[in-house]
Ligand binder design. Structure first.
Ligand code: ADA
Length: 574
């Protein structure tokens, strides 16, 4: 946390300053942490730096349960908003003992507005719960660990009578330049007689939203403009602009929000993916948010380090498997020029799990929070859903359709996809804009499946062609092999780094040689911890998924050099 020239606190919950007017204080530092038993009684007392996972607290390395975090805050405003960027996986929020908020899902941000607060000191408490109860449809024992605690930053905002909830900047490219539409949501705490107006500025132009007409406590406002010459966003020139919206009450400037945007559009033509008119080839990695003993609360310098390692392999692409990522990571992707596939939260849910009564609502909430909060990131070029879920059953397909429709409604500007492993049974081919295949030739070979990568792909593609009426781009969304860091063997047996190199080389060289394939994401960037109760724990030595090209502390395996050697030979544009 640091102090700006005007004496207001600025924070590091994003990678750029988001307000000049609104007071937003980061609630970092040391909080009290108490574990709770099944009756809700305190079973242990600790302290924790926020954000962090409780697995990085001595004594809680393997804790699964409930715990209460508390901190004293002080405020001089009666209207407040608490911003939680992520609580794993269920959070209940209390102010001075009163329940003020509830949220499910570790990987999406949420806010809790509070009105009528008194000036002075208050007690903020958060009860986090990472148990796999029947209520939890998306957080289930899995091939990545559901950690516990306040794993992303927290902030307190001091507000006036009204505030800006979000600003979306929608850019459309035409032959004459760019058309820009601003869409913002404004909220007010009470229905008073004030009149509200707003302006937004971007790239030297300012637009006026006119008088704001509220329906109840909120209003959606829009304004448009055009630009004939801007610096477009592409990985090699990641030009970013600040869009700044200001809110006025009876002419007085009371609130603001800055969003960082890029001028970039995505078009799908047949089998091609075009970004700002250029046909791209996506080459990169699947990356879990996980680092050593720190778990999913990955510090900013590690996020940055990860992206530098990824860039050094000649990659231009990251898939945020299998959930929405920390906004600071997405900010870095915008700045450093990566293409991102961001994904709703779900991995490997079979039909029974998808029939959990909470599944549809919890998925819809996650998708809505992902799109509303991450809309402006130019790096995000694809929305993903439902990795390897029951896309081969009637009921499963109904759920896929629901989620694809929801995404289209929220954001028609980005293509949608889903990574499937139901290659010859999938009922959802045709619903997506991009076909994405998770394939593991040369690794999962024991069911008579030991084909060379391209042959394996072609068998699947032949089937897909019988299901779809017009061509679509294809991405190999996962492929790879595991290696235990440091295990070298002349025999190149499975689990040796030598075998991992052989497989990676064959995969990348063969798959990138096909004109039909628009991208390859290696499974995976770094080894990650898995849940102890994950069904396939016995093929996960060290309780980790070991298919990283770096280990859980980012030490390079030999595979890092293999991927680098292969990726640097492949062009970004076709
Ligand atoms: C799947 C899944 C990944 C991971 C991978 C593996 O394709 O999508 O999350 O579990 O398999 O390592 O087997």
């Amino acid at each position: 946390m640091s102090v700006s020239k005007k004496g207001m606190l600025i924070n590091m919950i994003r990678m750029f300053e988001t307000h000049e007017k609104r007071i937003q204080k980061e609630l970092g530092g040391l909080w009290k942490l108490e574990t709770l038993d099944s009756e809700g009684n305190i079973s242990g007392s600790y302290t924790a730096v926020i954000p962090s996972c409780w697995e990085s607290v001595i004594g809680l390395e393997d804790y699964r349960g409930r715990a209460k975090y508390s901190v004293n805050i002080s405020t001089s405003s009666k209207n407040l908003r608490f911003v939680f960027k992520g609580i794993s996986h269920t959070g209940d929020i209390y102010l001075d003992g009163k329940h003020i908020g509830h949220h499910y899902n570790a990987y999406t941000p949420f806010t809790v507005p509070v009105s009528g607060c008194t000036e002075g000191e208050h007690l903020l408490e958060v009860i986090a719960d990472n148990r796999f109860t029947p209520d939890s449809s998306l957080h289930v024992p899995n091939d990545y660990r559901t950690y516990g605690g306040i794993n992303r930053p927290v902030a307190l905002e001091e507000l006036g009578n009204a505030y800006i909830e979000y600003l979306h900047v929608k850019n459309t490219r035409s032959d004459d330049g760019w058309k820009t539409q601003f869409v913002a949501k404004v909220c007010r705490f009470e229905d008073n007689r004030s009149s509200y107006t707003a302006t937004a500025s971007l790239a030297g132009k300012t637009v006026d939203f006119g008088n704001i007409v509220f329906e109840g406590s909120s209003a959606i406002i829009t304004a448009s403009t055009e630009f004939d010459s801007v610096n477009e966003w592409l990985p090699e020139t990641p030009n970013l602009y600040i869009a700044h919206i200001k809110l006025f009450e009876n002419g007085e400037y009371i609130d603001d929000l800055k969003e960082r945007i890029g001028f970039r559009d995505i078009k799908i033509y047949g089998e091609k993916i075009l970004v700002n008119g250029k046909q791209v080839f996506l080459k990169g990695f699947n990356r879990h948010e996980d680092y050593g003993t720190l778990g999913s609360a990955v510090p900013e310098n590690v996020m940055n380090y990860d992206l530098d390692i990824i860039a050094s392999t000649g990659s231009n692409f990251v898939r945020t498997c299998h959930y929405p990522n920390d906004e600071r990571f997405l900010d870095l992707c915008d700045e450093k020029g990566f293409f991102v596939w961001e994904e709703g939260h779900a991995r490997g849910l079979n039909e029974d799990r998808m029939k959990n009564p909470n599944f549809k609502k919890q998925s819809a909430d996650c998708i809505e929070e992902m799109v509303l909060n991450h809309f402006n990131h130019p790096s995000i070029i694809i929305w993903g859903i439902l990795n390897e879920c029951a896309s081969h059953t009637e009921y499963g397909a109904e759920c896929y359709k629901l989620q694809y429709d929801q995404l289209k409604e929220l954001d028609p500007s980005r293509p949608r996809t889903s990574a499937t492993c139901q290659h010859l049974k999938d009922l959802c081919y045709g619903m997506e804009d991009i076909i994405s295949l998770n394939i593991y030739p040369r690794w999962y070979t024991w069911y008579g499946n030991d084909y060379a990568p391209l042959e394996h792909y072609k068998k699947i593609k032949e089937y897909i062609d019988t299901c779809i009426s017009s061509p679509k781009p294809v991405i190999i969304s996962e492929c790879g092999a595991a290696a235990i860091y440091g295990y070298r063997a002349f025999s190149h047996v499975k689990w040796s780094e030598d075998r991992q190199c052989d497989v990676l080389k064959e995969l990348i060289e063969e798959l990138s040689s096909s004109d039909e394939i628009s991208g390859i994401a290696i499974w995976q960037f770094a080894d990650c911890r898995i849940d102890d109760d994950f069904r396939d724990w016995n093929s996960r030595p060290k309780t980790q998924n070991n298919k990283g090209i770096v280990d859980i502390y980012r030490n390079p395996k030999q595979g890092y050099y293999t991927v680098k050697d292969c990726f640097t030979k492949i062009k970004e544009y076709k």
